[in-house]
Design a binder for this molecule. Structure first.
Ligand code: FEH
Ligand code: ZN
Ligand code: ZN
Length: 346
């Protein structure tokens, strides 16, 4: 089968021929229909030797949808031919967090040589993906694969970030989304579908603001020196009850700190390398709360899929054949990707 294998740190992987896995025990083999490309894939490819606990080589792809192709003799909970999306964070499988489907917060994370599918373990940028158990699979019915795959990371990460902020987002509140890319455009839709808040969007590209508008944002603005003032004006001059920063640079964190309402909450999702000084006294508003959400739980993925199947979520997806993965990776790296890039086995 074809697979996009990371064989050396710092080298863009190319599709190569590897043996198709055979499921044993509780394992399930999935015929991949789509695999999303994530900025984290760039971080993995570019990682200096020794900075990640992963052992080379492995197949990339942590945002995967497909159809059950084969079952191990002990596999249970999914049927042959069933279409599924893969819950990508794979923990130890036996701690209290993993047992509850919260592999994203596995208690033994620091002892593992992986973070999940395509992250130290063979992932889904391939014709087939082997998962250890059906517990990693969520049924998607007739949801198109290029809509379903991005739900498992871009959608789930955004949904989990919003879930932590939801108590602050009742009537007459304001949520600000910084960065309207693969995750941000879904966060706008999830905020509109699951909270009463007004949604304001910030990006550096006009076409991203157009995507925010299509996704249901009440207002969008380019990142400028006066953006905090413009956002405050749209919040009734009290500031934002919540900010979701999908970029995470010094500049976006400064904007977040400058626009948050007293008692406001910041969810830092993007790995842009920025930092924020938390001190008393300091620049942050009283009652400031910070979360660093990572991916999401299996049950949350089922909720995201249900939202998508209800028509509340639309993924702006750009499809590329798996054979063109190097070009797609380069396009994401150049900042030329629009919405979420999805690789389709060809
Ligand atoms: C995966 C592995 C490490 C860091 C971040 C990620 C995210 O892309 C998963 O949502
Ligand atoms: Zn990711
Ligand atoms: Zn665990």
């Amino acid at each position: 089968m074809r697979a996009l294998r990371l064989t050396a740190w710092g080298e863009t992987p190319a599709p190569t021929e590897v043996e198709r896995p055979v499921p044993h025990g509780t394992e399930v083999l999935v015929r991949v229909e789509a695999a999303g490309l994530c900025r984290s894939d760039l971080h993995v490819i570019d990682a200096a030797p020794g900075t990640l606990p992963y052992r080379l080589p492995f197949t990339l792809g942590h945002e995967v949808a497909g159809r059950v192709a084969a079952l191990g003799p002990g596999a249970d909970g999914v049927g042959l031919g069933e279409r599924v999306v893969v819950h990508g964070p794979w923990g130890c499988g036996s701690c209290a967090r993993c047992a509850a489907g919260h592999d994203n917060y596995c208690d033994r994370r620091d002892t593992l040589a992986w973070h999940g599918a395509g992250l130290g373990r063979d992932g889904g940028m391939a014709d087939y993906l082997l998962v250890a158990s059906a517990r990693h699979l969520v049924p998607i019915g007739d949801l198109p694969a290029d809509q379903a795959a991005p739900l498992s990371d871009a959608g789930l990460t955004s949904y989990h970030a919003v879930a932590g902020l939801r108590p602050a987002l009742g009537e007459d509140t304001t949520a600000v989304v910084i960065g309207v890319g693969g995750l941000g455009h879904l966060a706008v839709q999830i905020l509109r579908a699951t909270t009463a808040s007004r949604v304001l969007a910030v990006d550096v590209r006009e076409d991203a603001l157009a995507l925010a508008d299509r996704s249901g944002a009440d207002f969008g603005t380019l990142l400028r020196p006066d953006t905090a003032r413009a956002l405050r004006a749209r919040s009734g001059d009290v500031g934002a009850d919540a900010v979701l920063d999908f970029v995470g640079t010094a500049r976006t964190l400064e904007l977040a700190a400058g626009v948050l309402r007293p008692g406001g909450a910041l969810a830092l999702v993007g790995s842009g390398g920025g930092s924020l000084t938390v001190a008393k006294p300091g620049v942050l508003p009283p009652g400031f709360r910070l979360s660093l959400p990572f991916w999401g739980a299996r049950q949350e993925l089922a909720e995201v899929v249900a939202l998508a199947r209800s028509g509340a979520l639309h993924v702006e997806a750009e499809r590329f054949p798996l054979s063109a993965a190097p070009e797609a990776i380069d396009r994401l790296r150049r900042g030329a990707a629009r919405g979420r890039t999805v690789l389709v086995p060809d």
